[in-house]
Design a protein around this ligand. Sequence first.
Ligand SMILES: Nc1ncnc2c1ncn2[C@@H]1O[C@H](COP(=O)(O)OP(=O)(O)OP(=O)(O)O)[C@@H](O)[C@H]1O
Ligand SMILES: [Mg+2]
Length: 322
Amino acid sequence: MPNTRPPFQPIGNAPVFQQLLNTAQLVAATRASVLILGESGSGKEVLARHIHDISPVAHKPFVAVNCAALPENLVESELFGYKRGAFSHASQDREGLIRSAEGGTLFLDEIGELPLTVQAKLLRFLESGEILPLGSDRAVNVSVRVLAATNCQLEKMVKDGRFRADLYYRLQVVPMEVMPLRERGGDIALLAEHFLRQAAQTHGLKPATFTAEALAALKTYHWPGNIRELKNLCERLTILCALRSDPLDVDNLPAEIRGGKARGVALSGSPLSLEEQEKEMISQAMEQAKGNKTHAAKLLGITRYTLLYRLKKHFPDSALES
Ligand SMILES: Nc1ncnc2c1ncn2[C@@H]1O[C@H](COP(=O)(O)OP(=O)(O)OP(=O)(O)O)[C@@H](O)[C@H]1O
Ligand SMILES: [Mg+2]
């Protein structure tokens, strides 16, 4: 199946990120294997898609496989395909995911989760360009560029015997590291503004903006969930603060980002429990909705009845629950 996705341009001006895009440009012109490293949510898949999109085979398939999502007993047959009768449920031939990427790019996400037996088979494919479907005695030539990604310490896994050293070296012909968001300085504001615009468009709402103080708080936060966390926050704020006409301020940010600076909330920088987050969201929604419970419930995406129940739970003595 040809690739019909519109090309995706990753956002980021930070020098480390621009350097990464320059490397992407160089590797995109080749068929070399690339190992993409980076914390969860930092944009590894985005980088893989970008490499494919700017490569000479951009019009060919980009097949993304999450190795962690495939059950161990299926991963080999899913990747390499099988012949009819290869095992009891194999009622017809299946070409497998590697062949379905013919001419294009195979993105192996969470490569650290691949079982050792399949690692050996993948290495053979990378070295020979041939695959042997299960139950077949005829090798098939496949021309596919492999991009792999992981947030595991593969080097440590190699030392512990959980990842094959030969495959590790074969994959990381070109290693590329996506920096954590907290090390990308000005990109935080750039991405935040992009995600606010995007969320407004998705939900048909007015695009929100941040005050300079709110942006400063975003910049000092450590972003354990990286870009995904920022994107989700922007979407949540766009929805919850839809009625607000002023820019989003520090007070509108979750407590873990405010770092206990605003509203005198005694948080001592510790992450909030789910209970506390729920309470905080409810109180923000009630504030946005100027006390109108039907509206607050709508903002939170819950029923009025659920809101009443939760108000009673979190604010038993307050006027809020009356
Ligand atoms: N440079 C970027 N510009 C715009 N959006 C981005 C960028 N990087 C990441 N994103 C967005 O952030 C989210 C997480 O990105 P992605 O899925 O690529 O991360 P990942 O490193 O593969 O995460 P995981 O380790 O959980 O698989 C996605 O919604 C993606 O669209
Ligand atoms: Mg990913």
